[in-house]
Design a protein around this ligand. Structure first.
Ligand SMILES: [Zn+2]
Length: 254
């Protein structure tokens, strides 16, 4: 038996959780090869960690690689189980994390109390991060910045189907609260979103959106498309717009 937890509409980006675990990385002694490389500073970015091909088994390394991180518990439900000794109640939490800059992850955990369940799900999400492609995506826009999905993608979860289409800058995110949160975590600020099915189910709407983004990450793009649609994968430097106009050669002073 499961029922939605009251108060689940109060989506909050919890950065405090992350700050706490970032502090804890000081005392962290890595056990895995990738963990050691990150702690020693040999690997400094999410991209390099993914490209190393080594599995992420320690959430602390993700803390170090993603100093800016936000999380949204997209589903908190109470799970009751009958055992010989009586009724056991646990909270099962699904959390999506992201750096609002092309990296996103999802995790799940259960605990008898909500707070540790959320913490555990966040740590689980840190082991399941991936880079998403973004682009300007639309000839209508042409701004050249990675603010939307590079092409139309559809993701499913349960009965829900979420379709995300590229939109020009300024359109914003017209979609349900939970889908909006997922897109913000991923670093997408403009998109047309269409959903089918029982979209009131937050978890399916969120996972539908996440699956759409995950699918986008697997689409092969040619270098020409990449150039044309200004597609970037994962993190980009925030200060530098991807397609800065070519500098006009300064006139030589005589
Ligand atoms: Zn644009």
């Amino acid at each position: 038996m499961a029922r939605p937890c009251p108060g689940r509409r109060a989506y909050k980006m919890d950065t405090k959780l992350h700050e706490e675990s970032l502090k804890a990385t000081g005392q962290w002694t890595p056990k895995t090869k990738l963990g050691k490389m990150v702690k020693e500073g040999k690997i400094r970015t999410v991209r390099d960690a993914i490209e190393s091909g080594l599995p992420i088994r320690e959430h602390q390394l993700t803390d170090l690689l993603m100093p800016e991180m936000y999380n949204v518990p997209v589903d908190v439900r109470m799970v009751q189980r009958m055992t010989d000794s009586g009724r056991r109640v646990k909270f099962a939490v699904t959390t999506i994390i992201g750096n609002r800059n092309g990296v996103i992850g999802v995790g799940r955990a259960a605990n008898r109390e909500i707070r540790p369940a959320i913490e555990k799900s966040v740590n689980d999400a840190k082991l399941n991060i991936f880079e998403i492609p973004r682009g300007c995506g639309s000839w209508e826009c042409g701004c050249g910045r990675p603010h939307t999905v590079p092409f139309t993608v559809t993701g499913k979860s349960g009965s829900v189907e979420v379709t995300i289409k590229p939109a020009p800058r300024g359109v914003g995110l017209a979609c349900s609260d939970v889908v909006k949160q997922v897109l913000i975590l991923a670093g997408i600020s403009d998109a047309w979103v269409m959903s089918k099915g029982a979209t009131k189910t937050d978890i399916n709407a969120a996972m539908g959106a996440l699956n759409a983004l995950a699918k986008a990450a697997t689409v092969k793009v040619t270098p020409e498309q990449k150039q044309k649609l200004k597609i970037v994968s994962g993190e980009v430097a925030r200060q530098a717009p991807v397609a800065a106009p070519a500098p006009i050669a300064a006139e030589k002073k005589e």
